[in-house]
Structures are given as structure tokens and as C-alpha cells.
Ligand binder design. Structure first.
Ligand code: SF4
Ligand code: SF4
Length: 730
């Protein structure tokens, strides 16, 4: 080969690679500049457990395997690209050394592995295209832009095979079983001249290189930035319990604002989440709000915030996100996107046929409402109102199903609560039923505004069961924290009675705080009223200290979660917190409770989000049910980690659902699909929602909703109910 061409080829190669790498670094650096506008985040170095999470999620692709077929496809592409990195280096060496290759032992085997990997990736890409356009998965976006990566990868794979095929013709290599695909391609073009074969080799070699470099520059400017940001995001992911909300420093006299009302008030870590999103739609696919026709879609929450950050970041820093700028009409300025006027309208709930859930109405609303505004400046776009509507912000049940599914470790709930904090603490804006519940909690310590002095009234409704207060039994082992639902709600009181009766039967020394108990504060915290939460938490902790509380048991998963995971930030120390199902399971295993009466029921157990996804308590409630003779435990299609919310979390218990279908109705329909006689639960909120659902479906006479404690009570004591004093009401 002419020395002149070889030199020119080298120079062109160095120039192209240099240019590609420069543009790549520039595109990444500009996004780093935008993220630096955010609040400084405290990045904690994660220990061994964090390393385990990182390895299982990045290299084991654990979350992606929740959808087996898509997980397999992604697995092939992920590992395929790692293998092909060596093939790419080998191909570059071939082009730069005019027919040489990497000096590897067993080079033929290396070639075979490369060709098989290319084929596997082509099959995986074919399947990816089928999922998008054949199967038409609802959660995946369609169109040229979301599909660009498919074209990139297809052309990368084809160009590598064609380069290898023409290399064989150029160097006159025989057919080889170690290079079956390139050998077959070579046979398709019999007897070209050496010059033609060489020219075609370099044509496809350059095509491959340029596509690769174009992809490199495109990556940070697209959702494929996740190739870089997702592993970092997972590594920097929270070291703490998932779902634990950040404590606001309300004493900070320097603070001008609380919560997030502007994009730059998010932390840099939260901004990294935006750029880690791969727009896979897994979060929206499981979101109870999106599933039932509310405006909120967790994927669009992230992508709208990302677009707004990019656009505002570009305006503030004067650095365009578009690289190379010349390719975008000179300036390469970012468009401005904002909510269109039609965003004010509710989602049109037009689910197909008898669909229990359907995300399409929400997706259509999101697509229609997020529009380019060529005449507006991104700095004029308000975060609340211009990017996220209040309806979206208040539609979240904080169930964390989105986070649990997200393959890149994104958090959604913290961002929604930050927006709520701003609305509540800075603007005083909250749906009026929610406002009423918060005012009642503030004034009377319960969401209904019932008298504080009636909190212990439920104990007078049962005879023969001792429910001592901490004053009456100062040596108690467990504090039974009853909670507002368990103390005031007529239906939930039955759970409190069942728990008290079972604890007595098992000989557990317990006591209640009676009228000294305060609301746990979970509802105010999830609704953004951090001030009220901190006040309630401090009051409760002071009372716990006063009575020397060392162990707490509660029948409310919301209380359980906030005591166990959030109260320690406010000073709760050395207190073991248990959910009643954990204690009941333990008491059965220790032989202190004997479920001896048959309960002939087919029970579908509904997982409470705050017990399951928040605290990983999936087995204990099921263990209790399995210990009961006669019980047939059945699982719903969505259960355990994938269980759907009942619709009551995040303060939604106290607010009206005005759009789409009711979440509790959808969840009840999912339960009814497995034909239970009882829908079991372990949360007073879930119980209310499921019971309301059975009434709405007009099946309440033959499908009852019951708490695990009530079912166990029946198994331990038989059908002889407690004598109840009905003269005392709520
Ligand atoms: S927490 Fe639940 S309701 Fe809220 S966005 Fe995520 S999936 Fe949807
Ligand atoms: S699951 Fe995660 S990566 Fe996928 S769309 Fe949602 S936020 Fe983005």
C-alpha cells in the first residue's frame, strides 16, 4: 500500500478521533456545568453493601431482569458491547496497519467470539425494534428520535461485518470456520480486484469509525447519556433506607426558601438522576397514578425536569447543550419547553374495554402538554405551573413502585415531596381537603379533628381484654402505638382490639400512651408540611423518653416506617420498632400464639407499600397466614415488590381523586381477579381502601377485607367474638 495513503489515513484518523473526543468532552462538560447550578449534595461513600448493589445492578442488570425478555435483550447488548470494544480496537489496528491485527494468542478464537457477538447484538436489536414497533409496548416511545440508537447499532454492526468481509477478499484469506460471517460475506462478492476489495474495506472501515464517533458525540446529548451517568448514579445512590425523606433544617436562619420552587434548588445528585434516565418507561408502567388516568407520569416528571434544567442551564451559563453548535443552525441554542395551556385540563380517561389499568391516557396527556415555546426564555418558565402542574404533584401516593423498578437508581418521591414542601411551606397551596386534614392534625392530633381526649376511647369498647396505659403498666416491654386510624376510625379500631387481645393471649407485657399519644406525622411529612411533622415527632420522642420506651409495636406501616427510619434523625435512639405482623409471626414461632381454629378462606394478601417496598416486610404477614389451618393463600398478579398501591399513601387518604379511575377500585379489581373470599392486608389505610373497593364492586357480602391480626384472632379464639360495648362510639 502506498506510504502516502497510509500516512494520510493515519492523519485523518487522528484528526477524526481527536475531533470526536473533543466534542464528546465538551457535551459532557456542559451538562456538568448545568448540574453544578444545583445545591451541593452530600455524596456518601458507600460500604460493602453499596458495592454489592452496584455490582448486581450494573453488572448483574438485576432491575432489568424484572422484565425477563427486555432484561435478556439489554444483557446481550451490555456485555456484547464490552466484548466488541476489543473487536473495535482490532479493527482500528487492521485499518492503520494495512491488514495487520492485534497480536493476541488464539486470535482465531478471538475472531469467532467477535463475530458471534455481532450476530447476537443484531438479534437483540431486531428484538428491540419488534418490542417497539411489533409488540408496541405502551411504555416505549416510538418515532425516529427514540429509535436512533437502533439505527446506530445496526449500522455499526453491519459496517464491522462488511469491513471484515472485504478484508478477507483484499488479503485473499480462505473461508474460515473461525470467521463464518465475514467468510460468507466474502463469498457474496466473487473475484473483485485487490484494489476494489481494499477500497471497499476502507470505505466500511471509515464508515464504522465515523458512526462510532458520531454516536460518541450523540450519547451525552441524548437519553443514552445514561451509559455514563447510570453507573455513577447507582454508585452514588442513597446509602440510607429507601424512601427515607431528607430532614429540613427549619432552624437555618440563612434559608430563604424551603422545598423546591426552582430547578436549581434541587441537589446536584437529584440532577444526576435527570441525566441518568433512559426513558424506558418502567416507572410509568407501574405507577398507580399513571395507571388510573391521573396526569402524573414518573418518567415525564424526570424528563421534563431534565429538559428544563438543560434549557435553563444553557441560558444561565451561556453554553449551548448542542454540540457541535454549527450543526444546529449556528448558535445551537436550546429550545424552550413548557406546559401548554391544555395542561390545565384533566386527563381524558378513555381506557380500552374492561382494562383494569391503562397508562395510555396519561401518556397522551403528557405528550400533548409538553411543548416547544420558541418565543419564551427558559428563565421565564416557572417550575411549578410551567413544568409540573399541581395536579401532577398531588397525584403521587409515594408508593415507590417507580423507584423500585428504575434500572438506573432514580428517586422520584423525594423530588415530588420537595415540590410539595415548596407549595405548602412557601406558597400555602394545597388541595383543601388535604389542608383540612393537616389543620386537624395540628389542632387535635388526628386528621378528623376529633377530640384529643377521645384517643383512648376504643379501649373501653372491649371487655375482658386488658389494655393498660404506660402509667398503669410502667414496666411494659412493648409500647403499642395505636396511631390515629387505630384509635379513631371505627373499622380500624377492630384491628387495635385484635392486636391487644392477641398480645394479652401471648402474655406480652404492653401498654399504650392513651391520650398522650400524638399523630405519627407521616401524613404531614408526605404532604410537605415538614414543620408539623417535626413538631409531632419531637412531642412523641419526648413522651417515649419520659416513659422509657425501648420497643414499639404498631399496626400502621406508615407509623412503623417513620418511627423506624425517620425519627432517628430527630433524636429517637435505641428503640426497636416492629410492625404487628413481625411480632405476631415471632409469637407464633415461639409457640406463644396457637392458631388452632380452622379459617376456611381463600385469602389474597395485598402488600402495603410502606411495609413491603419501604421496609422489605413481605414474608411475615404471609407466614402468619400460612400458620393458620384452612387458609388458602393466593397471590395477585402484582404482589410483593410489584404490588400496586391501594391509593392511600402520601396523604392521598385524605384527598379526593378527581381524575380517571379510583386507584383502590383498580387494586380491588386486581385482587378479585384471583377469586378470593378475603382480601388480607396489614395496614389500616389499605383495609379501608380495599373495603371501599369491594363495596364499589358490590361484592362486599361475599368478599371481605380483613387485617392479618383479625384473621389470626379468628384462628386463635375461634368464632367467639369479644363482648363489645357498643355504647361507646367514635
Ligand atoms: S411513588 Fe408511586 S404514585 Fe408516586 S410517582 Fe412513583 S409510582 Fe407513581
Ligand atoms: S424507570 Fe428510571 S430510567 Fe426508566 S423512565 Fe423511569 S426514571 Fe427513567
Amino acid at each position: 500500500m502506498a506510504v502516502g495513503w497510509q500516512t494520510a489515513n493515519w492523519l485523518l484518523f487522528v484528526a477524526a478521533v481527536g475531533c470526536g473526543c473533543y466534542l464528546f468532552v465538551k457535551a459532557v462538560y456542559r451538562r456538568v456545568l448545568y448540574m453544578k447550578l444545583g445545591q451541593t449534595a452530600e455524596f456518601k461513600v458507600r460500604g460493602r453493601e453499596g458495592a454489592g448493589t452496584f455490582l448486581s445492578q450494573v453488572f448483574g442488570q438485576k432491575k432489568l431482569f424484572k422484565d425477563l425478555r427486555s432484561g435478556l435483550m439489554h444483557f446481550v447488548v451490555f456485555y456484547g458491547f464490552i466484548v466488541l470494544q476489543f473487536g473495535a480496537i482490532d479493527l482500528i489496528v487492521k485499518g492503520l496497519t494495512a491488514g495487520g491485527h492485534l497480536p493476541l494468542p488464539a486470535y482465531e478464537l478471538f475472531s469467532l467470539i467477535q463475530e458471534i457477538t455481532v450476530l447476537l447484538i443484531l438479534v437483540a436489536m431486531g428484538y428491540a425494534a419488534y418490542r417497539r414497533y411489533g409488540e408496541k409496548l405502551r411504555r416505549l416511545k416510538r418515532g425516529w428520535k427514540p429509535s436512533l440508537v437502533l439505527y446506530f447499532i445496526f449500522s455499526l454492526m453491519l459496517s464491522v461485518l462488511l469491513s471484515l468481509g472485504f478484508e478477507r477478499l483484499w488479503l485473499d484469506l480462505d473461508y474460515s470456520g473461525y470467521a463464518p460471517v465475514s467468510s460468507a460475506i466474502a463469498r457474496l462478492f466473487p473475484h473483485p480486484t485487490v484494489a476494489t476489495a481494499q477500497a471497499l474495506f476502507y470505505l466500511f472501515w471509515w464508515l464504522h469509525l465515523l458512526i462510532l464517533l458520531a454516536f460518541l458525540v450523540y450519547v451525552p446529548q441524548s437519553k443514552h447519556f445514561h451509559l455514563i451517568t447510570a453507573p455513577i448514579n447507582i454508585w452514588l445512590g442513597r446509602a440510607e433506607t429507601p424512601g427515607k425523606l431528607k430532614k429540613l433544617d427549619l432552624e437555618d436562619e440563612e434559608a430563604e426558601s424551603f422545598g423546591v420552587g426552582k430547578i436549581e434548588q434541587f441537589t446536584q445528585k437529584q440532577m444526576l438522576d435527570f441525566y441518568a434516565c433512559v426513558e424506558c418507561g418502567r416507572c410509568t408502567n407501574v405507577c398507580p397514578a399513571s395507571n388510573t388516568g391521573k396526569a402524573l407520569s414518573p418518567m415525564h416528571l424526570i424528563t421534563k425536569l431534565r429538559d428544563h434544567l438543560t434549557e435553563k442551564g444553557a441560558a444561565v451559563t451561556g453554553k449551548s447543550p448542542r454540540v457541535p453548535e454549527l450543526a444546529f443552525g449556528g448558535g445551537g441554542a436550546a429550545n424552550t419547553h413548557a406546559l401548554a395551556e391544555k395542561a390545565g385540563r384533566a386527563v381524558e380517561w378513555n381506557a380500552e374495554g374492561d382494562a383494569i389499568t391503562d397508562i395510555r391516557p396519561t401518556l397522551a396527556w403528557q405528550q400533548a402538554s409538553w411543548t416547544a415555546m420558541p418565543d419564551a426564555s427558559p428563565e421565564q418558565v416557572e417550575l411549578i405551573g410551567g413544568v409540573m402542574t399541581e395536579d401532577e404533584i398531588w397525584a403521587c401516593t409515594t408508593c415507590r413502585n417507580c423507584e423500585d423498578q428504575c434500572p438506573v437508581g432514580n428517586g422520584h418521591v423525594d423530588k415530588i415531596v420537595d415540590l410539595r414542601r415548596h407549595l405548602v411551606l412557601m406558597q400555602g397551596s394545597i388541595p383543601h381537603e388535604g389542608q383540612r386534614a393537616l389543620q386537624n392534625i395540628e389542632r387535635q392530633g388526628n386528621p378528623w379533628g376529633l377530640s384529643r381526649s377521645d384517643r383512648d376511647k376504643w379501649t373501653g369498647e372491649i371487655e375482658g381484654v386488658r389494655v393498660p396505659t404506660v402509667r398503669e403498666n410502667p414496666d411494659f416491654q412493648y409500647l403499642f402505638f395505636v396511631g390515629s386510624m387505630g384509635a379513631y376510625d371505627l373499622r380500624a379500631r377492630k384491628i387495635s382490639r385484635a392486636v391487644a387481645r392477641l398480645l394479652n393471649e401471648a402474655g406480652v407485657s404492653f401498654a399504650i400512651l392513651g391520650n398522650e399519644e400524638r399523630n405519627s406525622g407521616d401524613t404531614p411529612r408526605r404532604m410537605g408540611n415538614e414543620m408539623l411533622f417535626q413538631q409531632l415527632a419531637s412531642d412523641n420522642i419526648e413522651t417515649f423518653r419520659k416513659y422509657g420506651v425501648r420497643k414499639i409495636v404498631t399496626a400502621c406501616p406508615h407509623t412503623f416506617n417513620t418511627f423506624k427510619n425517620e425519627y432517628p434523625d430527630l433524636g429517637l435512639e435505641n428503640v426497636e420498632v416492629l410492625h404487628h405482623t413481625q411480632l405476631l409471626d415471632r409469637l407464633i414461632r415461639e409457640g406463644k400464639l396457637r392458631p388452632r381454629y380452622e379459617v376456611k378462606e381463600r385469602i389474597a394478601y395485598h402488600d402495603s407499600c410502606y411495609l413491603g417496598r419501604y421496609n422489605n416486610v413481605y414474608d411475615e404477614p404471609r407466614n402468619v397466614l400460612r400458620a393458620i389451618p384452612g387458609v388458602e393463600l393466593v397471590e395477585m398478579a402484582r404482589s410483593r415488590e410489584n404490588g400496586m398501591c391501594c391509593g392511600a399513601g402520601g396523604g392521598m387518604m385524605w384527598m379526593e381523586e378527581t381524575a380517571g379511575k379510583r386507584v383502590n377500585l383498580a387494586r380491588t379489581e386486581q385482587a378479585l381477579a384471583v377469586k378470593p373470599t378475603v382480601i388480607g392486608s396489614a395496614c389500616p389505610y389499605c383495609l379501608t381502601m380495599m373495603e371501599d373497593g369491594t363495596k364499589m364492586k358490590e361484592v362486599a357480602d361475599h368478599v371481605r377485607a380483613k387485617d392479618i391480626a383479625e384473621i389470626l384472632e379468628q384462628a386463635v379464639f375461634g368464632d367467639s367474638p369479644l363482648r363489645q360495648n357498643h355504647s361507646i362510639g367514635g
